[in-house]
Design a protein around this ligand. Sequence first.
Ligand SMILES: Nc1nc2c(ncn2[C@@H]2O[C@H](COP(=O)(O)OP(=O)(O)O)[C@@H](O)[C@H]2O)c(=O)[nH]1
Ligand SMILES: [Mg+2]
Length: 434
Amino acid sequence: MRPERDTIFALSTAPGRAGVAVIRISGPMAAEAAKLFQAPLPKARRAVFRTLFDIATEERIDSALVLWFPAPHSFTGENTMELQCHGGRAVVDAVLGAVQRIDGFRPAEPGEFTRRAVENGRLDLTQAEALADLIDAETDAQRRQALQQYDGALSALYEGWRSRLIRAAAWLEAAIDFPDEEIPEGALEASCDELATIRSAIAVHLKDGRRGEILREGLQVAVIGAPNAGKSSLVNALARRDVAIVSEMPGTTRDVIEVRLDLRGYPVILADTAGLRETDDAVEREGVRRAKERADNADVRLLVVDGMAPDSVPTRDDADIIAFSKADLVTARPPGHWFSATTGEGIDALVDLIAGKAETSLKGDTPVLTRARHRHALDEAELSLSRALMQPPGEVDLAAEDVRRALNAIGRITGRVDLDELLDVVFRDFCIGK
Ligand SMILES: Nc1nc2c(ncn2[C@@H]2O[C@H](COP(=O)(O)OP(=O)(O)O)[C@@H](O)[C@H]2O)c(=O)[nH]1
Ligand SMILES: [Mg+2]
């Protein structure tokens, strides 16, 4: 049994002025919060309207909707009370102050409610991460991915691999621990086949083009081109505000300027960069270096070519999108994507083009890993399984050790590493020996 825990509380809605603020209280003593409304606990999960009082002064603070979630049927798995009071700063301060004065209550640490949900088995680690992603989601595609993970898509995938690996490993372990017992014909071979199948499934899953990670972080689009091509004007037009300085002076943009955009539901980080050219100005040269670096690391390179000089030699030949600027000034246009930052012509089509690139690289139905943490663990699992499969036939114990390492790595993703315990269970299932 875990030692008795603190009862924690926090404002769960964003601080500031709002119609309603939600204060959440969780822990073994959460029922004590009923002191605030001087009435018995409401029925489980039924909203009741109550007046809140300061315990010390008996002064009326506010009225609130009160909800009571007895353990384990709450987000944290503990007794939880939710106070929905008015969302003014003074109201929230007063209610938090009154809550704090209840014996045994303390303010929650960041993420502590979710941490308790994980510790009480209400969520696994990938779901806890998904919850953070859901809260951070700025676009529809990010929301969908986070929700899929919150619903347990990744957990199901990884737990599926884990339980299959445990079964396969059980035969290897059996061969070591009970060498004198009959291992059924073909059982070891079948185990190896299963290890190989899972290993390749992990390999396929890893080769996802970092889809999930990019969707979480935003697709990096570098706007590059010659000085004065119209890059900053385009970035401003796409952002619908003046983020970058536009000037007829070549070499105006020096630092990389970033804007976060929601393009048709996909998160895009648009980077305006210095025009690529040779220069004696040390500051501009640094700008050009940064521009090149940004272009090298970008997911999509959008090359802007000055429409007034459409035949100019492209500054880079690895562009994913080429767009010609200043369409309003040019009547004889060679074929290509033309746009004008001044009139807005062609901007929507360019948005479609970028969103199309985003969709191609980010869209998919299968659950994808969303964090470097998952990738590291799965890399290790794949490597360990490869090693297990390469162990010579006589070295079952070495292979078993490798599989155990793979299991541990996968277990770390969801937070399940109680390996020995599970192996015990499976062993009992298999009923080999004593
Ligand atoms: N007429 C017209 N001028 C433009 C357009 N886009 C940019 N310019 C002008 O071209 C010059 C360079 O633009 P800027 O966006 O600073 O180019 P950058 O150096 O590539 O960032 C400025 O004088 C802009 O006003 C456009 O669509 N139409
Ligand atoms: Mg510029």
